[in-house]
Design a protein around this ligand. Structure first.
Ligand code: HEM
Length: 504
């Protein structure tokens, strides 16, 4: 063995450089020989620097031009496979449905979901399947399977929202707070069977949890990208714990009062009671394993509905109003159609779907143009999979670039233009499922609230433009409100101001 005191400086330099070079190559080593190609990254941080100055969905569209529709990037110490374009995403999520149905369990997700006991981030497993089935049945029994009940859920809050809008007079305001009130009240009515006043402390707490959550941990914690840091108490982890504690407090309060008042012999009044009721029915019908859906699972379901179901709808409606003031001619056409088909004497109904093609196309175009979930949620491979000749090992994070299909020139012609006609065929009939349109994703992990969201947003959107006209205040006419900073992580709009008038 070499004696240490005889080691010369040049030897030390050679050994150190060799070690560093080995570490460099080791850290950039791809997970398998046939792993999808991608840009060369830096040791330790991977491709993180490539994201500076552009949103990931934009970066991924550019990288797809060079590396193809299936490529890889390294973020921190995690390898990710990116899927671009309609054919690729559909082939992966429909033909290899089980292989791509997992979720990566990062440090923050593990903490928030109490070890993956929710639906949205749970690993692909028998428990997740049962949990999803239970929740889907509860939604159907409570809301989407009963049009009149669903309409009542939505229209209990419109009177309050209408009064606030009418009180605005000549005041210019950002509608986000009111949209948020409408969506939270719909969700609270559906899940808890209650309504909030504009200044209710619980409503304000929900809103600030959402805002603080996006700001503080929207991009994840360091430990999510460098799992070796998971046991180090960082400030990010402290913030996360505080947010989760507050979230639990709000949900537990409602669960406790439901446990007191729930009577299995009564007709379920809201989503929590419906979950209890449906779980009991499934047990009585001999559904195996459903009794394993515990109180923690139920708490996590409520958390999922509030986290996956509120901001998504709020952002979509915020976009919808911005687009309708940017394109007043579309707003006018929507209003004309609503006047002709529904008039002003009654509220819109679920059955009006199918009779309002232009209005529905306008709403679908809002879904496409806003693409508020441009990368859906991250998936993970549940087993080793060979896809389009590439070998992707089990447990690899996979991101579908939904934005790339919504803005594919080959499919839409002029995707950068907002045009409800993108959803119409030559006869003026609505194209419900055009190729390249998946705002709710597809496959095993498709959005569980898709039918709730579509019905809720159809009723709110139609009611809003049936009763109100929105426009830009003087001096702002030249501003584009539906304009997203291309560097943004997700396409959220900046604050904007509008005027509203009641339609006479
Ligand atoms: C405009 C409104 C909405 C949009 C655009 C949207 C979109 C999405 C997307 C893209 C995903 C990920 C799918 C994937 O991983 O491939 C998702 C998942 C999910 N969404 Fe939605 N969503 C909306 C509203 C809602 C609502 C209202 C609810 C509940 C009432 C909801 C509940 C969920 C749940 C539970 C999941 C996880 C599904 C699973 O992993 O099995 N979403 N959503």
């Amino acid at each position: 063995m070499m004696e240490l005191d005889k080691v010369t400086t040049p030897t030390l330099v050679v050994v150190s450089v060799s070690l560093l070079t080995a570490l460099w190559f080791w850290s950039l080593r791809r997970p398998s020989a046939k792993f999808p190609p991608g840009p060369r990254g830096w040791p330790i941080i991977g491709n993180v620097m490539d994201f500076v100055g552009q949103g990931p969905h934009h970066l991924f569209m550019t990288l797809a031009e060079k590396y193809g529709d299936v490529f890889s990037v390294k973020i921190g110490s995690n390898w990710n496979v990116i899927l671009n374009g309609s054919d690729t995403i559909k082939e992966a999520f429909l033909k290899y449905a089980v292989e791509f149905a997992g979720r990566p369990l990062t440090t923050s997700v593990e903490y928030i979901t109490e070890g993956g006991k929710d639906i949205a981030f749970a690993p692909y497993s028998a428990t997740w399947k049962l949990h999803r089935k239970l929740t889907y049945s509860a939604f159907r029994n409570l809301a989407t399977g009963d049009n009149e009940r669903f309409e009542r859920l939505v229209f209990t809050m419109t009177e309050r929202v209408g009064k606030i809008l009418e009180s605005k007079g000549d005041e210019a305001f950002d509608p986000k707070h009111i949209v948020s009130l409408a969506v939270y009240n719909f969700t609270a009515q559906m899940v808890f069977g209650k309504q909030y006043e504009l200044d209710d402390p619980d409503l304000l707490e929900w809103q600030s949890l959402s805002q603080e959550g996006v700001e503080a941990i929207g991009n994840g914690l360091m430990a999510d990208f460098f799992p070796v840091l998971r046991h180090i108490p960082t400030p990010g982890m402290k913030t996360l714990k505080n947010l989760v504690d507050r979230f639990f407090k709000l949900v537990n309060k409602e669960l406790d009062s439901h446990k007191q008042s729930y009577n299995p012999r009564d007709e379920p009044k809201d989503f929590i009671e419906m979950l209890y009721h449906t779980r009991q029915t499934m047990i009585d019908e001999g559904e195996e394993g459903i009794d394993q859906i515990s109180e923690v699972h139920i708490r996590q379901t409520v958390m999922d509905v509030f986290s996956a179901g509120t901001d998504t709808s709020i952002f979509t409606m915020h976009w919808a109003i911005a687009l309708m003031v940017d394109y007043p001619e579309v707003q006018e056409k929507v209003q004309k159609e609503i006047d002709e088909v529904i008039g002003r004497e009654r509220n819109p109904k679920m059955d009006d779907r199918g009779s309002l093609p232009y209005t529905e196309c306008a709403l679908y175009e809002v879904f496409r143009y806003s693409s508020i979930a441009p990368l859906a949620l991250p998936h993970a491979t549940t087993k080793d999979v060979t896809f389009r000749g590439y070998h992707i090992p089990k447990g690899t994070c996979v991101m579908p670039n939904i934005y790339s299909m919504h803005f594919d020139k080959k499919l839409w012609g002029d995707p950068e233009n907002f045009r409800p006609e993108h959803f119409m065929d030559e006869t003026g009939t609505m194209r419900q499922h055009p190729d390249g349109f998946l705002p709710f994703s597809t496959g095993r992990r498709v959005c569980l609230g898709e039918s709730v969201a579509k019905a809720e947003l159809f009723l709110i959107f139609t009611w809003l433009f049936q009763n109100f006209t929105f426009r830009k205040p003087a001096g702002k006419e030249g501003e584009i409100y539906s304009n997203v900073d291309k560097t943004a992580l997700s396409p959220l709009l900046k604050t904007y101001e509008i005027l509203v008038s009641k339609r006479e």
